[in-house]
Design a protein around this ligand. Sequence first.
Ligand code: 2HG
Ligand code: ZN
Length: 481
Amino acid sequence: MSIELLTRPTREPLRPGPAQLREVRKALEDRFDEERLLVNADRRQAYAQDWSSAGRHMPDLVVKAESTADVQAVLAAATEHQVPVTPRGLGTGKAGGALPIYGGIVLSMERMNRIEGIEVADMQVTAGPGTVTGDLMRAVEEQGLFYPPDPNSFDICSIGGNVACNAGGPRALKYGTTKNYVRALQVVLPTGKLVQLGQRTAKSSTGYRVADLIVGSEGTLGIITQVTMRLIPRPDAVETALVSFANAVRASEALTAVIAAGIVPRTLELLDHHALDAVRAKTPGRFPDDAGAVIILETDGRTAKQAFEDLERAADVCTAHGALDVLLAQDEAQRKRIWEPRRVLSVTLRETAPRKISEDIVVPRSQIPTMLAAVSRIGEQRRVRVAAYGHAGDGNLHVNVLFDDSSTERADAAVRDVICETVRLGGTISGEHGIGLLKRDFLPLEQSEDLMGVQRALKATLDPHHILNPGKVLPPGVSAP
Ligand code: 2HG
Ligand code: ZN
């Protein structure tokens, strides 16, 4: 068979026309009442935007699913009338993945938010995709168990969205990201077929790992209608310290040394001077005034002795690598005072400029000092404020470009410089937020045409009519297995 026969160009879908929309609406009205099928513009508004800087994209219809059968019914109607469907968790995505850029239906999972069972002996939890991640975390902790992935938006984001984007968070340093906790998924494929993926067992080597393909696929390959997540024993002892440095490069050299010394804290979160300035302006007195950068160092363990010894060792390495000061939280209230500004830092920074573009690049840990130096150089060269903070222990930096409408071109150039430098250093353009819409056109900088072709072929196999979350993740091009 010739290569031409194996390849086919993907097409960008068209917006549905009035007749298609009329027909699909008629089909949906049979099943969904007006509380669950939103047709009026003022009620659809809330679904036109997410937490990214990708603007407003109005859906033609919004459906609130309450069951897997609802999801199947929507996909069946959408397939019949060739109308795009964009699944949406709680809308906290940073890359525009939940935006209906071709109109059509937004399928909201917000009502599928029940924790269906916590199985203590099997150490797993089963929940609806719209379950708030923080609710799931607290529920399992009450049973002595622990769900480690902790995106900073955990109180407002959903577990299904976390799986769809392979979300991370500060504790990914020690415990890994969402993908490390997915055991089984119930997924509705674009054609409406329901499949059970993975296994509700601790191990499985049966067949292709299709569940892993759904993790991080950003709602382009199937819609998750139930998750079963692995849990671990709750580590009861936690120690937290705030370590100050003269600047971010010094801080990153110290954190690289901590890991090289064989210590695995549960967090090594970095805040550079732009991030610190924003925190100081909003909540004065939280972080030392003389610091040019800080690291939030946190350890945990089964016993207080173990957590404290790890913290002490890590703090010693930091001191040997230029730390100016180490402040140890004495109690839960002090821990909260350290974490609170970090948890809301993305929002705090957004308040400091009319516009903000968030990147979540990752470089090999050894390259963090080089990357941080590059970020600061890029900010100077492009004359825009570029903050860097985040999960530096993983090499994962949130590079936030902050600007106003008069400097859009320079801001875009700065973003591109950051992406190019990341790839040059052997890094990846998304560590936890996904590609969505905003990073889609950067994908060819990191991935080869052949690799993108393989992914387009997978997409075409699972979604032959190209109706599920079209226009996301993969730039248009040739599909080649
Ligand atoms: C965080 O770690 C989030 O605070 C958001 O992932 C980061 O807005 C951002 O760039
Ligand atoms: Zn983050």
